[in-house]
Design a protein around this ligand. Structure first.
Ligand code: ZN
Length: 231
């Protein structure tokens, strides 16, 4: 039940690595973009989560009270194994050190307000425990181009898709990101979610799956909102 405080992941061929950046992609599956009434982007839509949002298998997602709905987004996650700057898609594909199942937890009502106001998504996406991550598998043992992606809550499947429906593949996404950020070993890429996103409630058991990767199971519990006085 402990939150991963060290922000590390175990990467095949490298070992334990401290996570620098958590890159996330929005609207990378056309049907998910449609369910959110968003257009399909022509360049990748990138946002960041803090590494402190990471939490491992068997932990519980904290659902802050008083912020409205928190939604699940099951995603394929790639971990970067090399330093990349202005790299090609092919170089980026070769530089992936592993794949895992992840959840991009999203405070949907907070996000909706941010969208309306033209504000950034950092709050909606960045709470502690909002980036559950499973165990990584070496890239030679997994095909990221054709894998089923699904999520069950309390044994009922709610999300289902296939990575072949991604608008931009892993190599293209990393290449694009490498034109903005220098990518470093241990950086994570959450590649976007298929349709079927919805709310998570205290007591729910989530099982996130990508064919060929170890399933990621986490629970969920209510967490009292933290307050700070702002001068
Ligand atoms: Zn997402």
């Amino acid at each position: 039940m402990e939150i991963n405080p060290s922000r590390t992941v175990t990467v095949p061929g490298i070992g334990e690595v401290s996570v620098g950046k958590v890159l996330c992609i929005g609207r990378n599956y056309a049907r998910h973009a449609a369910e959110m009434n968003n257009p399909v982007p022509t360049t990748p839509m990138v946002f960041l989560k803090p590494a402190t949002a990471l939490t491992g298998p068997g932990t519980e997602i904290e659902l802050p009270t008083g912020i409205g709905e928190v939604h699940h987004e099951v995603e394929l996650v790639a971990v970067v194994g090399a330093r990349l700057r202005n790299a090609s898609a092919t170089e980026c594909r070769r530089a992936v050190a592993g794949y895992a199942v992840g959840l991009d937890m999203t405070a949907r009502d907070v996000q909706a307000e941010a969208k309306k106001a033209g504000h950034p998504w950092s709050v909606a996406k960045g709470y502690d425990t909002f980036a559950p991550i499973g165990q990584f598998v070496a890239p030679d043992r997994f095909d990221p181009a054709n894998a089923d992606v699904s999520l069950s809550i309390n044994g009922v499947e709610v999300q289902a898709g296939n990575t072949s429906d991604m608008v931009f593949d892993v190599g293209t996404l990393l290449a694009y990101c490498s034109t903005i950020f220098t990518l470093e070993p241990g950086d994570l890429l959450y590649t976007g979610t298929p349709e079927g996103v919805g709310p998570v409630r205290p007591g729910d058991r989530l099982r996130a799956e990508v064919t060929g990767l170890p399933a990621l199971e986490v629970g969920a519990r209510a967490a009292s909102a933290r307050t700070a006085s702002v001068q």
